[in-house]
Design a protein around this ligand. Structure first.
Ligand code: ACM
Length: 554
């Protein structure tokens, strides 16, 4: 598949679909680029072996996970013979890499090269299963597809009960977008490391490769920073929570928690083994009241009152006083530890919903505006974001900000995450910036899946098929679309107190987002998607996932 154009592949896919009308089609999500189903099967039993065609630690890790799921011995490296089929390989599941000569010629940063590394072929014959990835990520995705070809019962527990039958298939597959993201706000409600691992498992199973871990907001600071211990001693705890979105009912219980640096390292490693990049979200200069409760000297507007970790939802009127040098020293101290913990090339620094007019009450902001000839509070925020970007760039990282940073003068290398609709993202793309599309009306999973207003989440309505109809490049010229890294679902947790609530809002909409971001645009088919969703809901139930099952999909 490696050298073909997309259009050629699609025409093969369509004619294959026609020719295969009589063969039961597997329920794979996201839908692969090409699927040919045969009539035979491969039997997995106690004698089956997982083998590796290339001796690389990433492949060993993938092989081990697969072998454990199937209750088979750990994988071994088998150098492959050049013969078309090596009889010694009968009864094996071979994980291997495509020939490097097939890779797009450009360097490692070339997007085509990165998409190629995530591509794979999966070939199931009666004798052998072969998964061949462009890179290790491709092998991992081939294994996720293989898992979906097995009966739903395997989801009930590990290891699976053998023997199992895999249908004969030939699959060729690769992603449409590089950024296939899912976010989780652990600031408004805190979720422990063990649940975050489960969340990463969910993402990885559906070929989502970015976990935007949103760590700080007005209501809680959730990551240990050694230089600033009060961030978690003070900032991780609040004295009450608004419980109900309709009547504003609240409790006065102390609530909180945070991830230690060791927790973060474990999570990042766990995610990397599943080819998920964890991108930390640290909010500034707004959405930072929890940090300001710990270090009130950094706050604007100036106040004589003590600042509390906020117990309301909404937009707080406190933010960082960006006129003060101490604020930049603080941010650089925090981000120095963050970049040590997260190898992600991207760090998300927020920038949304800043009540900028309050900066006018700060003498420090006024002095700075005069000194730097900044004519508005928008330009003041632009100055702030540029300094934060320069610091991140000095550490070899790229800043991501919400689309409010577009109206403040974009720093030269910033990536924009467009949430208030698509306009901010499109403007940034026209200015030559990379963008990630997460327009709230189509991608906010905290909106309800059903019209009846009970259950967790915000009152807006986002049914499954509305997510499925989302397109990150909608309304863009080809030149603008070239700047779209991909898209992301977001899950804000003001009204989402428990892990079961998170699962209820995530599923099955995660499946729609996964298909939007992975599968070819032309292959979208709502009827076939819903057929596959119903099978996946059965699988998710087997796995004990609290999936929404109301079927109010439109
Ligand atoms: C946002 O939803 N305020 C990014």
């Amino acid at each position: 598949m490696w050298g073909c154009t997309c259009a050629a592949l699609l025409s093969v896919a369509l004619s294959a679909t026609e020719a295969q009308a009589a063969v039961p089609q597997p329920a794979i999500i996201p839908q692969p680029e090409i699927v040919h189903v045969g009539r035979g099967s491969f039997k997995i039993d106690a004698a089956t072996r997982v083998i590796l065609g290339v001796d690389r630690p990433e492949l060993t890790a993938i092989g081990k996970m697969l072998a454990e799921q199937l209750g088979l011995p750990a994988p071994k490296f088998h150098p492959q013979s050049k013969a078309l089929f090596d009889p010694r390989s009968a009864g094996t599941i071979l994980l291997t890499l495509a020939d490097e000569s097939q890779a797009p010629a450009k360097g490692p940063e070339d997007p085509r090269r990165r998409l190629w590394e995530e591509s794979y072929t999966l070939d199931v014959s009666a004798q052998q299963v072969v998964i061949r990835g462009g890179g290790p990520a491709g092998v991992f995705y081939g294994v996720q597809t293989l898992r979906q070809l097995l009966p739903a019962e395997i989801e009930a527990g590990c290891p699976a009960q053998l023997p199992l039958e895999l249908p004969q298939v030939k699959i060729e597959d690769r992603p449409r977008f590089l950024w296939r993201g899912m976010h989780l706000d652990i600031a408004r409600h805190f979720f422990h490391k063990e649940f975050l691992k489960r969340y990463i498992d969910f993402l990885a199973a559906y070929k989502i490769n970015v976990f935007h871990l949103y760590l700080t907001d007005d209501q809680g600071w959730r990551i240990e920073i050694k230089r600033y211990p009060k961030l978690t001693e003070v900032g991780a705890w609040r004295d009450g929570t608004v419980r109900h979105r309709l009547d504003g009912q609240r409790d006065t219980q102390r609530y909180g928690g945070f991830l230690s640096q060791d927790d973060v390292r474990q999570l990042v490693h766990y995610a990397a083994q599943r080819h998920v990049m964890v991108v930390p979200g640290i909010s500034m200069p707004g959405h930072s009241q929890a940090a300001l409760a710990a270090y009130p000297e950094l706050a604007a507007p100036p106040t004589k009152q003590p600042i509390q970790v906020w117990t309301d939802w909404g937009i707080s009127s406190y933010m960082m006083d960006v006129g003060k040098e101490e604020v930049y020293r603080f941010i650089e101290g925090v981000l120095s530890e963050v970049v040590e913990l997260f190898p992600s090339p991207y760090i998300h620094t927020g920038g949304d919903e800043v009540p900028r007019q309050h900066w006018m009450q700060s003498p420090f902001c006024q002095q700075l505006m005069k000194r730097e000839n900044l004519r508005s509070v928008e330009e003041l925020q632009g100055y702030f974001t540029k300094r934060v970007e320069q610091f991140l760039n000095s550490k070899g990282r790229t800043l991501i900000g919400w689309d409010e940073i577009v109206e403040c003068g974009l720093p030269p290398r910033a990536v924009v995450m467009s949430w208030r609709g698509t306009q901010g993202g499109m403007a940034a793309a026209r200015a030559g910036h990379q963008v990630i599309m997460t327009p709230n009306a189509e991608t906010y999973f905290n909106y309800m899946q059903h019209r009846e207003r009970s259950g967790p989440g915000h009152a807006a309505f986002l049914p499954l098929l509305k997510v499925y109809r989302f397109d990150p490049c909608a309304g863009m010229s080809p030149e603008e679309a070239r700047h779209v890294l991909g898209g992301q679902g977001c899950l804000w947790t003001e009204y989402v107190p428990t892990a079961a609530d998170v699962e209820y809002l995530l599923f099955p909409r995660l499946l729609a987002m996964a298909e939007v971001l992975w599968s070819p645009r032309q292959s979208r088919n709502e009827e076939d998607f819903l057929r596959r969703v119903r099978e996946h809901v059965t699988r998710l139930k087997q796995a004990g996932v609290n999936c929404y099952q109301g079927e109010e999909y439109k």
